[in-house]
Design a protein around this ligand. Sequence first.
Ligand code: 13P
Length: 287
Amino acid sequence: MLVSAKEMLAKARDGKYAVGQFNINNLEWTKSVLLTAEELKSPVILGVSEGAGKYMTGFKTVAAMVKAMIEELGITVPVALHLDHGSYEGCYKCIEAGFSSIMFDGSHYPIDENVAKTQELVKICEEKGLSLEAEVGSIGGEEDGVVGLGECADPAECKMVADLGVTMLAAGIGNIHGKYPENWPGLRFDVLEAIKKEVGDMPLVLHGGTGIPEDMIKKAISLGVAKINVNTECQLSFAEATRKYIEAGKDLEGKGFDPRKLLAPGAEAIKQTVKEKMELFGSVGKA
Ligand code: 13P
């Protein structure tokens, strides 16, 4: 069932668990995430970065694929198709393409411009029944060409954006896209607490879910995080499983070069990663 992320996140916030956003790159990724969500009876958010959307030939292709896959695989759990770190123009393209949720990342604009653009999108998303994620204080690291310096969000600015009526808010708390460096000092729970105080009931989003220790994930959820984004970890498990297959010479045995065989270990590895994350986030059985 393709739905907005509004209800699943309200439930997660009230039930003190988080819904995973798993970024998709192709058909295999999408299929693995959807099948795992269905098997575990978990709500799920499929994240699509602008780069991944382009790679898959455009947002219309992605929306058509996801809708058809939900039907053909008989997926009954709530699924949101969500633009990840959308530009202003990208948001409009995804609304038109039939996404059920968008993120407008206006964190690189001056706060007044971020507020004005977010406000405009709040109105459109309300009219069309989409959920909307806003961002304050950039996420560190690089994802698909979007580079953030990783500054912590200002709680007062978070309140300004939350008050606009967005569905969920991504606020930088020392989190980074991609692998965390050895000397990473950890999440800034003091900042998270200060933000939570300002934004009240607003479901908070934790980006950079790859490599955050389990105890920090659990603490973040207890402090109001209701959505956690994972991208790099699925890419790493897919690459590792594919490398093992090829290094073992399996592509040279019989019809091992058939893409359906060659990509199967990677697809299974994504399922395993998604399962582990859903168990850690507490969303299993919550569909
Ligand atoms: P990772 O790539 O670190 O898992 O972060 C994913 C993310 O935050 C997507 O927006």
